[in-house]
Design a protein around this ligand. Sequence first.
Ligand code: NI
Length: 167
Amino acid sequence: MALLNILRYPDPRLYKRAAPVLEVDESVRALVRNMAETMYAAPGMGLAATQVDVHQRLIVIDASESRNELLVLINPEIVSSEGVQYREEGCLSVPGIYEPVERAERVTVRALGLDGGSFTIVAEELLAVCIQHEMDHLEGKIFVDYLSRLKQQRIKAKLQKQLRKTA
Ligand code: NI
């Protein structure tokens, strides 16, 4: 297993749209293992393949407190959604920034699992937010894109300052 490098906002590669996974084979399973390890090590609640510069429709999530409920969604699709919630979100590609975003309260999602089989889950509250946030990454969308232009500029400036400090 290996820790993967996470792209940082506003890296243009975060804006690429991911392509469907054609076959859930050993290379996909190896990528999932490395993505999960990277997410747990960060630590983070979710990671989309886009964030590690692999532009395939694949996400890993663990929104549990015990950190032992890994959810792998391959080619996820939102079948239905209802309600509205606002929750503060963060992102491993936008370190140190937390802002509230409007999301659906409950989503029904269909995806492929690691065995290649299709399944459906109903998620609400925090898990629903995680799924919507990570699925946005696959579309080349980052949560800060929902914020005002002024806030986006402030976030970019703050991250550039952090980069200079760590360089
Ligand atoms: Ni994110």
